[in-house]
Design a protein around this ligand. Structure first.
Ligand code: ACO
Length: 331
């Protein structure tokens, strides 16, 4: 069945914790240096939520801001999708907690876990419900509390991550705007490269798993790096081709914010000028599913994006997963 309606983003919002942790601060707790972190990753500082703040708290603030921007009330939201790899609990979903927090009493709610690709997985899921006419207004949120799952004694990972939330309202837009292409992918063969080993049904939590620090994020950085450079470029190109466009038509790239070297490799292959690529990892680090919607909200708020621009969003992450979408900005 063809699409009945065209879906696009009609409002954005974000929330970033106040607490800044700089590379210099990390020099105090692990064997690293500001120079090493900046040259290998591009990250200078990240935001860390305080002990009382969970993923749903950040997601709810971002969601309220996005709903306001879309000139809607929470009661008009019909579905909430939260993309997160760091939920408040296994049960209930973080989306249900957000629904209660913001008073979206008419919304269905569920979570998606596709790690750093989660926001685009959520966006493309929402696109289907809008296109088919089932729902009119959907909240798609990317929110993460990575600091709570980070081993602060592991210099391979703790320098990379930050906390935050970005939200979008996806709704009907005029037919020449909105999502023009969508591409999702996964390779479960790479599932061991990025994982939290314990706390699930394979290895339930017990004293030994806690002692062995198996509830924290493990990552094979160099393997993920090679995969990321390859997939970031190919997924971006795929989004362009599927939309029937060429690289020359791209006005803006919003990539997942994992490492400046990964972003630069993709930018050069796509032959984009530096000012066409949004980068905020120097200030926020890698916020997994929150990276893309936070970057999008910042770009919209600072008027870098304007109506009619062709924007590619591209992400990759644990799973392994990847996702891209091209959209013509609708407002
Ligand atoms: N400070 C100083 N030295 C360090 C640090 C640090 N913070 N971390 C690692 N090192 C050392 C290692 O111990 C290793 O030393 P050794 O060779 O003596 O064992 C060496 O530096 C590793 O160096 P490289 O292999 O050159 O590091 P690389 O250039 O691969 O950079 C990094 C590491 C930044 C992790 C990179 O591999 C990367 O960005 N990977 C991709 C991460 C990513 O994109 N993740 C996305 C998904 S995240 C998600 O889904 C939640």
């Amino acid at each position: 069945m063809g699409a009945l309606f065209k879906a696009g983003i009609i409002g954005t919002g974000s929330y970033i914790p106040d607490n800044i942790v700089t590379n210099k601060d990390l020099e105090e707790i692990i064997d690293t240096s500001d120079e090493w972190i900046v040259s290998r990753t591009g990250i200078r500082e990240r935001r860390i939520a305080d002990a009382t703040m969970a993923t749903s708290d950040m997601a709810s603030i971002a969601a309220k801001r996005a709903i306001k921007k879309a000139n809607l009330s929470p009661k008009e939201i019909e579905l909430i999708i939260v993309a997160t790899a760091t939920p408040d609990n296994n049960i209930p979903s973080t989306a249900c907690i957000v629904q209660e927090n913001i008073g979206a009493v008419n919304a269905a709610a569920f979570d998606i876990n596709a790690a750093c690709s989660g926001f685009i997985y959520g966006l493309i899921t929402a696109d289907q419900f809008i296109a088919s006419g089932i729902y009119r207004n959907i909240l798609v949120i990317g929110a993460e509390s990575l600091s709570k799952f980070t081993d602060w004694t592991d210099r391979n990972t703790c320098i990379l991550f930050g906390d935050g939330a970005g939200a979008t309202v996806v709704g009907r837009v005029d037919k020449e705007y909105g999502i023009l292409s969508r591409y999702l992918g996964a390779d479960g063969g790479g599932s061991d490269l990025l994982k939290i080993e314990a706390g699930g049904s394979r290895m339930p939590a017990d004293l030994k798993t806690v002692e062995k620090r198996l509830h924290y994020i493990y990552m094979d950085g160099s393997e993920v790096f090679k995969f990321a450079v390859r997939i970031m470029t190919s997924a971006s190109e795929r989004a362009v081709t599927l939309a029937g466009l060429t690289n020359k038509d791209i006005d803006f790239l919003i990539p997942h914010q994992a490492n400046i070297r990964i972003i630069e490799a993709a930018r050069k292959r796509l032959k984009l000028d530096e000012d066409k690529v949004y980068v905020n990892l120097d200030r926020f680090g890698n916020m997994s599913a929150a990276s893309i919607p936070v970057a999008l909200d910042e770009a919209v708020e600072s008027n870098i994006i304007s109506k009619g621009d062709n924007i590619i969003m591209v992400g990759f992450g644990g799973g392994l997963t990847w996702a891209s979408a091209l959209m013509k900005w609708a407002y």
